[in-house]
Write a new protein. Structure first.
Lengths: 243, 243
DNA sequence: ACCAGTTCCCAACAAAGGTTAAGGATACGA
DNA sequence: TCGTATCCTTAACCTTTGTTGGGAACTGGT
């Protein structure tokens, strides 16, 4: 795979969310990236492990999740190409959650060693990466609000709109139809509800002509009603570098 | 107030959670800190604002929270002396949530300017601060699990044990009785339940002889039962610098 | 075309949690 | 010490969500 395309979405994203100068871009471009393909539904790193590299999603979808001792699983975030979902492992040596592919994916592995060398020689890149992990945390905060405050249908609506907005960063569009490769069971795990209840609310939203979530895709049926249900305000994504 | 005591708990905490050398400690000690007293229940920074300084809690308790358009409030975290709950504002210019005192507190304000100067001259301090925000994010992840997966009594038990463990970092003890200055309404906002339900579960836990949460304090009645209910595993707090 | 394994779908019932409304305790200032 | 505000407490009732269990539809492999 071309080096260009491997880092393209990462650079596009970082350069939108922060400010990179030519030296930063060149330095990131020269990072050694080991490209590997991964099946769907397979762990990349697991809770308790001490990874020595970070994982850039080049193509595909991943989730982060934690499993409780009672066997329940909570999905913490959904990740898309251009993101480095385990960037925190650079300074948090032991994983406190799992990182798992949802679908067959192309991943780029970058060693902690070379990332640390990069952040030491390019302090501006260090700050851009730091900011990236802060946005990650901001998304967790909103996820807490989602699970803690919103009724189940609004939770799904919000999750769907957040993902679309984040996809728009690298894809430059907010389409009415887009990929959302979670089973109903996984949707339940993301929203903190059972799969049966996930099925109920999906059916409801479909019948109400608001949104159709099925076969791994989202069809937005009524943009206005969906936005009203989700009360989605993208400020927390901090996509504007001056904000 | 003595400079020593102003930064004492911050330094103790950072030095436990990460590794600081003498130069780092000296550099942090020389930070200009503006000490101010704050009433309880008053905002320090609010959603939408662009703060120019960060806030160190010297004495007291604070929370971070978000308010939804429907009027519900979700408490995202509880903060104690030695913590800088809005450190993220250093690289996320616009606040996406509120920071509020719970009780009358002594706060130390440190300008972004001097913090940036510090992180530029002492890259190791930058990494320690970065790591601190990553631990903050790890706590958010566990909070998502708490609200999304655990039944209400276990949520309260977990929250209580987490706070005690974090207090132990600067106080070096895990007492059976400690301060927990949240009203039942605020407990509900933290756990994603109504105040009425918060009251129900508090009463339940008291009657079951597990824990008594009242008048702003926690009394642990049965350490074993409480631990079993909460399924508390402190790995996610990353208090050990090698982990 | 068939099979096994998922995933989706649905119904009936149970439990957890939300709503409303009201009385009682506590703290604090005049 | 009296009031006022806040907080705690409880009850009755209602809604959402969980549980159990089953069947239908789809998928990928042979």
């Amino acid at each position: 795979m071309e080096r260009e395309t491997v880092l393209a979405s990462l650079l596009r994203r970082l350069n939108t969310v922060s400010k990179l100068d030519q030296a930063d871009i060149a330095a990131i471009r020269s990072l050694p990236v080991a490209v590997r393909h991964w099946e769907g539904g397979r762990a990349i790193v697991s809770d308790g492990e001490r990874p020595t590299e970070c994982c850039l999603i080049i193509e595909g979808f991943c989730i982060r999740s934690k499993t409780t001792e009672r066997g329940g699983r909570q999905i913490l975030s959904i990740h898309i190409p251009g993101e480095i979902p385990d960037l925190q492992s650079l300074h948090l040596q032991v994983m406190d959650h799992d990182l798992i592919t949802l679908v067959p994916s192309t991943l780029g592995f970058i060693s902690h060693t070379s990332l640390r060398a990069l952040t030491h020689t390019q302090p501006n890149v260090a700050e851009v990466f730091w900011r990236d992990t802060l946005i990650d945390a901001a998304i967790f905060r909103e996820w807490i609000v989602n699970v803690g405050q919103r009724p189940a249908p609004a939770r799904l609506a919000h999750t769907v709109l957040e993902l679309r907005r984040r996809l728009a960063l690298t894809e430059r569009a907010e389409p009415a139809v887009f990929e959302f490769p979670l089973t109903q069971e996984q949707i339940g795990e993301a929203l903190g509800i059972t799969p049966v209840h996930a099925n109920r609310i999906i059916k409801q939203l479909r019948q109400d002509g608001i949104v159709d979530v099925s076969r791994g895709r989202v069809h937005v049926l009524d943009e206005t009603k969906l936005a009203e249900l989700a009360q989605f305000d993208d400020r927390y994504l901090h996509q504007d570098p001056s904000a």
